[in-house]
Design a protein around this ligand. Structure first.
Ligand SMILES: O=C(O)CCC(=O)C(=O)O
Ligand SMILES: [Fe+2]
Length: 214
């Protein structure tokens, strides 16, 4: 298998070149579905509200989260995937078809046959951030991560396989999709503190991360 790294637009619309084996930045890939995605996020959140999870160290995450499909959960005991929302004891809402379809198409462009079973929905209000981490709670690392950005722009940091490796910064805009897999699957990544701003969908940023959790 040959790993590609490219962005959909050449030269890059935002003047940022990012070349990494196993990473595809698909600028604007989700734009055609943006309103359907936001409506689906709101439907999921009506059944499983956004909440600030507590991490094992006792801290409260600044990013508010909910899930569709298999859910990513943090609590004082650790991190895990769970079919049930611990707030309600009920299964997380099903993955909306607009989610599944978008994730499948984006991964295909990047060379993956991907059917996610879980979607973590992150909501960043101004001031929220996500520290450098690896996505390593999943059962299947041959599947990529597909990440969709909606709303306010954010600075995404993408590093290497070691926490101490240098990071590159990429501005992710409304509608951008990032796919990482293969040699980049366990790369450290994070999001810098969201700056306040105005966006038609509201003064926040949503991020959908699709995973093959189990
Ligand atoms: O918000 C983002 O762009 C990344 C989110 C992320 O890394 C995660 O949810 O694991
Ligand atoms: Fe992540």
């Amino acid at each position: 298998m040959r790993w590609v790294s490219f962005s959909m637009t050449q030269p890059d619309l935002f003047g940022e070149a990012f070349e990494r084996e196993g990473v595809a930045i698909l600028r604007g890939f989700a734009l055609a579905d943006d309103m359907a995605l936001v409506a689906a996020i709101k439907a999921v959140a009506a059944a499983a509200p956004f909440r600030h999870m507590i991490v094992p160290g006792g801290g409260r995450m600044s990013v508010a989260m909910t899930n569709a499909g298999i859910g990513w959960v943090a609590d004082t005991k650790g991190y895990r995937y769970d079919r049930l929302d611990p707030l309600s004891g009920e299964p997380w809402p099903d993955m909306p078809s607009v989610f599944l379809d978008l994730a499948h198409r984006a991964a295909a462009v990047a060379g993956f046959d991907f059917t996610p079973d879980g979607c973590l929905i992150n909501r960043y209000e101004p001031g929220a951030k996500m520290g450098l981490h690896q996505d390593i709670n999943e059962g299947d690392y041959s599947a990529p991560i597909v990440s969709v950005s909606l709303g306010l722009p954010a600075t995404f940091q993408f590093g290497g396989l070691k926490r101490s490796d240098p990071v590159e910064k990429i501005t992710l805009h409304h509608g951008d999709v990032v796919v990482w897999g293969g040699p980049a699957r366990k790369a450290f990544h994070g999001v810098l503190t969201l700056r306040a701003g105005h966006h038609p969908i509201g003064g926040h940023r949503y991020n959908l991360t699709f995973r093959k959790a189990l």
